[in-house]
Design a protein around this ligand. Sequence first.
Ligand code: NI
Length: 136
Amino acid sequence: MYITRRERFCSAHRLINNNLSEDDNQKLFGKCYNLHGHNYQLFVTVTGSISTISGFVIDIKDLKQIINNKIIKKLDHQNINEVDFMQDKITTTENLCVAIWQELVEPIRQLGGELYKIEIRETENNYFEYFGETLN
Ligand code: NI
């Protein structure tokens, strides 16, 4: 069984690699080197078995609360480049998926579920999925 909670957040960011010169950043990231914003949608998918006591995989209101406290409160109407779990990272949606996974995997385990997927829709046409696979 898989259950998914959607949350939305509006955030600003700029793509910058601090190891590159201003010129190289401009060339690499173009317009995205400038501060700009997106209306993001975050989908958190959890898997597990159905409890015979509650009939739930996990209580979706607990899931909602964790996502809000750990992720949405920090990101919504903020600059992603300044958010604690994105410090020293290039604020691409790829890196955002991985960072959100890392923030949520343990708290969701404590609720009795397994985090299955983090999906972020950055625009109508771009979405990103992370299943916790090893990177690099
Ligand atoms: Ni952007």
